[in-house]
Write a protein that binds this ligand. Structure first.
Ligand code: VGL
Ligand code: ZN
Length: 257
């Protein structure tokens, strides 16, 4: 059944047959699709990732994501949104609002966007500073206008605490509070989580690391993700592979349908 040609390999068509008629029946995966932070500010606004080191165009994720949404019968759909109050700790123009720790590599009056500083706390807190972005209820925080929003999908808002940043869609960076994502996945009995979006090496990377640590079969959809920094993207990929995550392109997910 598995190797029609008898050459020791199975081709794509054979795999799709096996997946649908054998693997799915036995394993009964419950899938969730999580689309991370496909918001205007990261694509063409204040934190335009195309102006960062990797020079990637965030708008290019919209087409593969829409294709997946139209064709793949995921059991649950989530859109996350970076959703900051105006006084958020990650904004470069707010750096003077809070005291820095003496160990901070950069003092407040020298700090620039994309630098990392240490806030006094207590306890001391490392923080990368970003241009003001994704402020609640502004255009920059809206999802890209061409991104398909499916009925029944759930929106998850993160980064709402002014004092702590939140890269992972599961928890803030200090793990003080969780979003409802974990509970909603548990409630649905999810086993497999497909993740993509912006930024590959920041929020997408932190989210898939948490998903793998919790124990989900976690799949990163690479052609539906774009990032900030090439070296950090490589580190993210290594972390995924080293923790038994899977990196695929959207056509491989579409082929399973
Ligand atoms: C993100 C930087 C700051 C992201 C959020 O969504 O990847 N990056 N805030
Ligand atoms: Zn943010």
């Amino acid at each position: 059944v598995f190797d029609k040609n008898g050459d020791g390999f199975i081709d794509k068509e054979e795999f799709t047959f096996c997946w649908n008629h054998w693997i799915k029946v036995i394993v009964r995966p419950v899938s969730a699709f999580l689309i991370v932070d496909v918001q205007n500010d990261f694509i063409s606004g204040t934190l335009n990732i195309s102006k960062c080191n990797a020079q990637q165009d965030g708008s290019e994720v919209v087409e593969p994501i829409n294709r997946l949404l139209e064709s793949v019968p995921f059991d649950a759909l989530f859109y996350s949104l970076d959703w900051h109050p105006p006084d958020h700790v990650s904004f470069i123009d707010n750096v003077h609002m809070r005291e820095l720790h003496p160990s901070s590599p950069v003092p407040a009056d020298k700090a620039q966007a994309y630098d990392t500083v240490v806030f006094a706390g207590p306890p001391p807190m490392k923080q990368r500073l970003w241009p003001r972005h994704c402020v609640q209820d502004t255009w920059g925080a809206e999802l890209h206008k061409d991104l398909k929003i499916m009925d029944g999908a759930v929106k998850i808002y993160k980064g709402t605490n002014p004092e702590v940043d939140s890269y992972s869609v599961f928890w803030d960076n200090k793990k003080l509070t969780d979003t409802s994502l974990g509970n909603q996945l548990r409630h649905r009995g999810a086993s497999d989580i497909y993740i993509c979006g912006l930024a590959y090496d920041v929020c997408v990377g932190a989210t898939i690391a948490d998903a793998l640590a919790i124990g989900y079969r976690s799949i990163l959809i690479e052609d539906a993700s774009r990032g900030v920094d090439l070296a950090d993207i490589e580190k993210t990929k290594a972390t995924i592979v080293n923790n038994n995550g899977v990196i695929v392109n959207s056509d491989e997910v579409l082929a399973m349908v």
